[in-house]
Design a protein around this ligand. Structure first.
Ligand SMILES: [Zn+2]
Length: 81
């Protein structure tokens, strides 16, 4: 579940390093999944945040719009993989 987001300090550089090293296809599939996933809203705490466009996120419940990472709402947070 998306609730089980772990605070893992993985910088973008480290992530892209792996991505181009090996498993490029797998990395892209992960991104695809992340774009379709919903995330917990920082405002109303409902799992209703969807990606509007790169870096733009919106909550379907309270309509709050905020900027974040291109593929997940918070750049510092990564799902356990
Ligand atoms: Zn909300």
């Amino acid at each position: 579940m998306i609730f089980m987001v772990k605070t893992k300090k993985v910088g973008l550089t480290g992530k892209f390093g792996t991505r181009y090293g090996r498993g490029v296809k797998v990395a892209f599939e992960k991104i695809e999944r992340k774009q379709k996933a919903t995330y917990v809203c920082p405002s109303c705490k409902k799992t209703s945040v969807k990606r509007v466009s790169a870096g733009i996120w919106q909550c379907k419940k309270c309509n709050v719009k905020f900027t974040g990472g291109a593929y997940s709402p918070t750049t510092g947070l990564t799902e356990s993989e």
